[in-house]
Design a binder for this molecule. Structure first.
Ligand code: ATP
Ligand code: MG
Length: 563
């Protein structure tokens, strides 16, 4: 357990800092980490909970290859779609392979070969395995790695109703899993992203450092990823007027233009140029809002969208960056938020350096080809369910469940025969949990300035025995307690280093053992040890003869409380 006083400079979030400082992980390359013994112990605890709850729900464990032949991924079209995140390689014969970032292809192919009849269904298979994703921004330690451990599971059903049942069962299992890990979380509606499918929920651990923004309605309980949260904007009526070109020197940003005209930002049209699957697109939203790229991508039905670079913007608009607008933009698809439809009196970029138009009107001066909900939900927006006000909170996505439908079973020919010998396509669901990310999320929610405070069910050890002096007499008692606690089924560490007690206490707090059992000379004389709770800081003096049952009770209560 090589603990450190200082966290590495690149560690931005507390879980990353504490995982390195407590000796759980070490960095090998960006987004690539070695797990040290403590890290392995915590990860195994989470995996054990996963196995127990998934097996209890009727799922069965498999282990699928990391090395995936390209042909499978070509059959589903994802060889192209997955983009740069997919780590591709060639074997010695020049054949294409990738390192699995997820396993829908492999498992569906396997099931397609094995399942024949309705009697073989439903089927639910999972694995705990290393995944590879060449993330653009690996960060936060194991939270967003390029190589990481995931539990991925897949359900196979005869029909839609069966698939919904499997989905529901997995939501229940996930709920138990995250409860048992001691996390505060919520299941929120989500976008189904590159995996596709019709319906999905994300399990979010609430934490200020979370990368995800969630819109939450405290009134009706609605919760969704802001990427998914529908927004209905209503702009106040503007004065009409005619299109007029105005010299606006130095006014590039919405704020600058708004100031120039002394008009509120919602009167400005924010025009953002994107390249969607190689084609230029102008996305238009009211000036006071932010664009939601996921919504834009869905509205365009595009595989890949990217904000146009300065050079492209300059070429498309014949001007410096900051003056794009929909009038006179040729060969660019126009897509607008619903709120823009027929709106009068807009101020738009004139595609000419230092010029804007005033008095622009959608439907007269320019016409959007596509209308969609394009903005990010924000604090104070209306709840799509009950019309109360939404608040925005931050969260870490630890798990994700999707209803996949027949996307993969169609592509890979996974079918079965019903009672009458008729052939049907298998209906699928898929379910993922980031194991390392769950561990990190647990730390985000359970720490103080001294270090980690493990929820007992996933603590690397339940008890840390600390001899104040490492002499024969003390060690004899320590060893005895150690053996008895182990025999009682507890996970115990014994800090037999010849160090000052202060050093041991500091390390114990940093590592976050739920209990310290401290044995000093005075206690030894009186036949007593000090048992200190990491979470409450409470200390109790307990007779050595009773210490084992005392700790056993404390620990088993804490294991049970979430079961
Ligand atoms: P994100 O939006 O955070 O990239 P994702 O939607 O790509 O996640 P899924 O494909 O749904 O993730 O993967 C299932 C789970 O695997 C996630 O809920 C998360 O816990 C975990 N996970 C995904 N990417 C990573 C990563 N780069 N490092 C660690 N865990 C990850
Ligand atoms: Mg991802």
């Amino acid at each position: 357990m090589p603990t450190l006083k200082e966290a590495p400079a690149e560690a931005e979030v507390v879980s990353h800092k504490l995982m390195v400082r407590s000796g759980m992980i070490r960095r090998l390359a960006a987004g690539v980490y070695s797990l040290l013994p403590l890290g392995v112990r915590v990860q195994r605890k989470v995996e054990q909970i996963l196995r127990e709850e998934l097996n209890r729900a009727g799922a069965q464990e498999v282990f699928l290859p990391t090395l995936n032949p390209a042909e499978l991924w070509q059959k589903t079209g994802r060889w192209e779609v997955y983009g740069k995140e997919l780590i591709r390689l060639k074997d010695r014969h020049g054949r294409d392979f990738c390192l699995g970032p997820t396993h829908e292809e492999v498992i569906t192919d396997l099931v397609a070969r094995e399942v024949r009849s309705y009697r073989d269904l439903p089927l639910n298979l999972y694995q705990i395995q290393t995944k590879f994703r060449d993330e653009i921004r690996p960060r936060f330690g194991v939270m967003r790695g390029r190589e990481f451990t995931m539990k991925d599971g897949y359900s196979f059903d005869r029909d839609e109703a069966g698939a919904e049942n499997s989905y529901e069962e997995m939501v229940q299992a996930y709920t138990r899993i995250f409860q048992r890990c001691g996390l505060k979380f919520s299941a929120v509606e989500a976008d189904s992203g590159a995996i596709g499918g019709s319906f999905s929920h994300e399990f979010m651990v609430m934490a200020d450092t979370g990368e995800e923004a969630i819109s939450v309605c405290d009134s009706c309980g609605y919760a969704a990823n802001v990427e998914k949260s529908p927004v209905t904007l209503k702009l106040p009526e503007n004065e009409g007027g005619e299109l007029e070109k105005v010299h606006t020197p130095g006014a590039h940003s919405i704020e600058e233009v708004s100031e120039f005209f002394s008009l509120p930002p919602y009167r400005m049209l924010k025009t953002l140029l994107y390249v969607a699957d190689g084609e230029p697109v102008a996305a238009m939203i009211p000036g006071h809002r932010e664009l939601n790229e996921i919504k834009l991508k869905n509205a365009l039905d595009a595989v890949d969208i990217e904000l146009a670079d300065a050079e492209t913007v300059e070429k498309l608009t014949n001007s410096e960056v900051g003056f794009a607008g929909p009038v006179g933009l040729s060969d660019v698809r126009l897509v607008a938020d619903y709120a823009i439809e027929n709106i009068e009196g807009l101020i738009i970029g004139a595609n000419q350096t230092n010029y804007h138009y005033t008095g622009a009107r959608e439907g007269r001066d320019f016409t959007a080809g596509v209308f969609a909900d394009l903005t990010v939900a924000q604090e104070g927006d209306t709840c799509p369910n009950c019309e109360a006000m939404l608040s925005i909170r931050r969260g870490i996505e630890v798990g994700h469940v999707f209803k996949l439908g027949c996307k993969y079973s169609d592509a890979l020919d996974a079918t079965y025969q019903d009672e009458n010998g008729e052939t049907h396509t298998i209906v699928m669901g898929c379910y993922g949990i980031g194991v390392g990310r769950t561990v990190a999320a647990a730390i985000e929610q359970n720490h103080d300035e001294d270090g980690i405070i493990w929820p007992t069910p996933i603590a690397p050890y339940h008890v840390d025995i600390i001899p104040v002096r490492v002499d024969d007499e003390t060690m004899k008692v320590c060893n005895h307690i150690y053996d008895s606690l182990e025999a009682a089924g507890l996970d115990v560490a014994l800090d037999d280093r010849d160090e000052r007690p202060g050093v041991k206490f500091k390390d114990a707090d940093l590592i976050g053992f739920p209990y310290k059992a401290v044995i000093g000379p005075r206690g030894l004389k009186e036949g007593k040890i000090e048992i200190k709770s990491r979470r409450t800081g409470e200390t109790q003096l307990v007779a050595i003869s009773e210490s084992v049952s005392f700790l056993e009770n404390l620990v088993s209560e804490e294991m049970k409380s979430v079961r």
